[in-house]
Design a binder for this molecule. Structure first.
Ligand SMILES: [Zn+2]
Length: 334
């Protein structure tokens, strides 16, 4: 539970129960801490009441409500951080994160969790996956889904030049996604050695360690003064968005998935930049069949982004480690 800025406590809470016929209860095989959790953790979002944390999850179905038809107890399922019915027109267009019934998942940093709208939110694997693929499947539920969406939104194509702003877990997944989509050049803006190494392993071709104007100049130099065809903005600050805009060539699209905090646009510079913007909370539910297949076939290994495992009882240390950038992404063991 998050009580306030910097105050995470592991507590005993009642086991979740089916509240609606469309719910499922799952036993978590894995869960993790998200970059998004740090907005309230750092006091940048208000915490009105203790928050049950955790929205990235996969596990075994324990029980389902009477109206659930697509998953059954005993199956391994991957969820999405956005709860959706997957039937409303916005869902049909592939924007399940704007579902009229949307809720945001909470309470998954726990042994059990209740998932509302189970039919629209959960995807079962064909059979129980081997244990060593659990983390890759966990990544699908948010961090990979979000990085993938950033690349998809930015229209990464075969042969594209892609610039990734942000070397957090989502940025690194954006690199992996851009590589899978056939980008020939992937430039990552990163200042941290371990993250640079992982970015290179996921397919980055160039690293730019500078930020701001110097960083933009370095990207311009690498691209013959043109800029990227696609830019992935994976941070959500004014500085990162400004960098993304300045690294985009005219006609480029910026896929932005960092939740903006204090980001403002100047209409005139936006007009003259002549770029497209496509962002939002990732409709993770659009991608699972494909992403689950890639993980199960061992074509991608997004689970490598988790670099610190701790018992759930030590969740507070897990938050501190990520906050202080000692860890890219923490995995509280459930
Ligand atoms: Zn998340």
């Amino acid at each position: 539970m998050l009580y306030g800025a910097g105050d995470v406590r592991c507590e005993e809470v009642p086991e979740p129960k089916i509240l609606h016929p469309t719910d499922a209860i799952i036993r978590l095989s894995a869960t993790c801490i998200c970059g998004y959790d740090f907005w309230p953790y750092r006091g940048l979002n208000d915490v009105m009441a203790p928050m049950a944390m955790g929205h990235e999850y996969c596990g075994i179905v324990e029980a389902v409500g009477s109206a659930v038809t697509t998953v059954r107890p005993g199956q391994f399922v991957v969820g999405s951080f956005c709860i959706s019915d997957n039937t409303y027109p916005h869902c049909r267009f592939g924007f399940q994160s704007s579902c009229v019934q949307r809720e945001f998942m909470t309470g998954a940093q726990a042994p059990f969790a209740r998932v509302p709208l189970a039919d629209g939110t959960l995807v079962a694997t064909p059979e129980l996956p081997p244990d060593d693929l659990t983390l890759g499947l966990l990544a699908v539920s948010d961090v990979l889904g979000t990085g993938w969406y950033a690349a998809d939104a930015a229209r990464v194509q075969e042969g594209s030049t892609v610039v990734v702003v942000g070397d957090g877990a989502v940025g690194l997944m954006g690199v992996l996604a851009a590589k899978q989509m056939g980008a020939s050049r992937i430039i990552v803006m990163s200042r941290h050695q371990t993250r640079q190494d992982l970015a290179l392993e996921f397919g980055a071709t160039d690293i730019v360690a500078d930020r701001g104007e110097k960083g933009v100049a370095a990207v311009k130099t690498l691209t013959n003064n043109i800029g990227g065809d696609s830019v992935l903005e994976c941070v959500g600050t004014q500085e990162s968005m400004t960098q993304a805009l300045q690294c985009a060539r005219p006609g480029a699209i910026i896929g932005f998935v960092g939740v903006p905090h204090g980001v403002e646009f100047d209409g005139k510079s936006l007009l003259f930049a002549q770029v497209g913007l496509m962002g939002g909370p990732a409709p993770v539910r659009r991608f699972p069949p494909h992403l689950i297949d890639l993980v199960l076939a061992r074509k991608i290994n997004p689970g490598k982004v988790f670099d610190l495992t701790l018992p759930l009882a030590d969740a507070a240390e897990g938050y501190r480690a990520m906050d202080e950038r000692r860890a890219i992404k923490t995995l509280p063991r459930v």
